[in-house]
Ligand binder design. Structure first.
Ligand code: PEP
Ligand code: MG
Length: 538
């Protein structure tokens, strides 16, 4: 039996088998041993890639349509291209291992495509990289590692948001990671899933852990590997108590969150995908206060098209059956990295070219997303929200651009809600301080306390070493929030909170007193926030 501790990001308990999530490290063993049958290995990998791509083609065609399926087809064509295959064979014959040969030829071909003038040919660089990565992973056996076959507890050094997004969430009972911080997006995703999760766990991760039994206790931030009978009994008892509490919260389901003195608070949910909208409804949310739309851009190799985005938004909006869905525009950057955006490495990515800054400077990306959001507004109640705002000028520039996009949609005869609410996130100290100037320009404010805290306290939300210095209740943050709510009330717009602090039950009364009328929290926390509001004397 091995016991250890971590930092809990969601209070719940799970008992199950361990699944060790290994990062696909494509760099190792590329120089590795070169056996006599490298050519055979190569041919087997090509056959497997052909079969996998053909299955992927069918799935893509069914789920996303012909245009996306054609992308898969282009990749398959490389497998039949003698320049590619014979080039690899020649490298193997001259002494390279199969994965090293594939990587070398793939990189060379990608570079020569990238240097061409023609945009179509340039884009082929990504395809050839993708297919050579696929072959290298197969040759290194790195493509099998991360398929979760049965419901398990996921253990890993760390998970990026893209890795988290590509996992089959229905099979994850709990997450235990060695690094990570409690405000990272991976922790937020774990909370959204409502499963126990520990970050900064003191755990030695080896592949021998796979398949062993584990208890993860998010209530007291502990885990046990290979638990004995008495530990299992204790955990089962806690699980029963948890279930009983959940049942107790059920009495608040369907009730309107109104305080004893009659203040109505909308308790919304934060979601990262259209599927999560169902989770919001299942957990009795009054709507969605933050759809982190950038998750639709993660875990893929190219920009989603307007139609793809529209389908996802429409699905979310329809699932909400008339409840409001606040869609935040793309907030890529910092820890949410996407290769095909080709963003340069930055010294301080959290203070860098991210979020609304990308949208303002790359209007083509912005236009595609806005059109998709507007189109979805014809299917339910949608609001648009802009992240990382720091100035009036930005808001005015965005509003001008919205007018252009609206006009284009009208000219194209496309239906959309002409009264769509437009709001901004208040997640920089700059925006919080000038809330008086921003409020007259928008329909609502939503405070992103995760970033507002990081920028106010100068504490990188990704850096676990700084947790010691972090105080979520720092007066500086609360006073900024007070200013934001005051200016919202003065200007007759609504103000909400969509950062993690919104679900801090010790602050509910204070937020209501400040003037907030919407709290957007992880779906799993909706009922406990409702309970707090309903029992509030404020
Ligand atoms: C926030 O910063 O509080 C927020 C809600 O946005 P995100 O966590 O996605 O940065
Ligand atoms: Mg933020």
């Amino acid at each position: 039996m091995i016991k250890g501790k971590g930092k809990s990001v969601f209070s719940s308990i799970a008992i199950g088998k361990i699944f060790v999530f290994e990062k696909a490290d494509l760099s190792y063993s590329l120089e590795g041993e070169c056996s006599e049958n490298e050519l055979e290995k190569l041919n087997a990998a090509i056959d497997k890639a052909r079969a996998d791509l053909s299955a992927l083609y069918e799935k893509t065609l069914k789920e996303l349509g012909q245009e996306q399926a054609d992308i898969i087809d282009v990749q398959s064509m490389f497998l039949e291209d003698p320049d590619f295959t014979e080039g690899i064979e020649a490298e193997i014959n001259s002494g390279l291992s199969a994965p090293a040969a594939v990587k070398k030829v793939g990189d060379e071909m990608a570079e020569s495509f990238a240097s061409l003038d023609d945009d179509y040919m340039k884009a082929r660089a990504l395809d050839v990289r993708d297919i050579s990565d696929r072959l290298v992973r197969t040759l290194l056996g790195a493509d099998k590692g991360n398929q979760i076959e049965e419901p398990s507890i996921l253990v890993s050094d760390d998970l990026t948001p893209s890795e988290t997004i590509s996992l089959d969430k229905s099979k994850i009972l709990a997450i235990v990671i060695k690094n990570g911080s409690s405000n990272s997006h991976t922790a937020i995703l774990a909370r959204a899933m409502g499963i126990p999760a520990l970050v900064q766990a003191d755990i030695d991760i080896t592949c021998t852990l796979s398949g062993k039994m584990m208890i993860v206790d998010g209530f007291d931030s502990t885990y046990v590997i290979d638990p004995d009978e008495s530990e299992i009994k204790k955990a089962e008892k806690k699980k029963e108590d948890e279930e009983r509490n959940k049942r107790e919260l059920e009495q608040y389901r369907g009730k309107s969150a109104v305080t004893k003195s009659g203040k109505k608070i909308r308790v919304f949910a934060n979601i990262g995908s259209s599927d999560d909208a169902l989770l919001a409804v299942k957990n009795d949310a009054d709507g969605v206060g933050l759809m982190r739309s950038e998750f639709l851009y993660l875990g893929r190799d190219s920009f989603p098209t307007e139609d793809e985005l529209f389908e996802q938004y429409r699905k979310a909006v329809e699932a909400l059956e008339g409840r409001l869905c606040v869609i935040r525009t793309l907030d890529i950057g910092a820890d949410k990295k996407v290769d095909y955006f080709n963003l340069e490495e930055e010294e301080n990515p959290a203070l860098g070219y991210r979020g609304i800054r990308i949208c303002i400077r790359q209007k083509d990306i912005f236009r595609t997303q806005l059109r998709a959001i507007y189109r979805a507004s014809a299917y339910g109640k949608v609001a648009i929200m802009f992240p990382m705002i720091i100035s009036k000028e930005e808001v005015l520039e965005i509003k001008d651009f919205l007018t252009v996009v609206e006009k284009e949609l009208e000219d194209d005869g496309i239906a959309f809600d002409k009264n769509i609410e437009k709001g901004i996130m208040i997640e920089t100290p700059a925006a919080a301080v000038i809330a008086d100037e921003l409020a007259p320009l928008v329909d609502f404010f939503s405070v992103g306390t995760n970033d507002l805290s990081q920028y106010t306290l100068a504490i990188d939300r990704q850096n676990e070493k700084l947790d010691y210095f972090f105080n979520a209740h720092h007066e500086a943050i609360l006073r900024l929030m007070e200013n934001v709510a005051r200016e919202a009330v003065k200007n007759n717009i609504w103000a909400g909170i969509c950062g993690e602090l919104g679900s801090d039950l010790t602050l509910t009364d204070r937020f209501i007193k400040m003037g907030y009328t919407e709290l957007s929290v992880s779906p799993a926390k909706v009922l406990s926030v409702k309970k707090n509001v309903i029992n509030s004397e404020v």
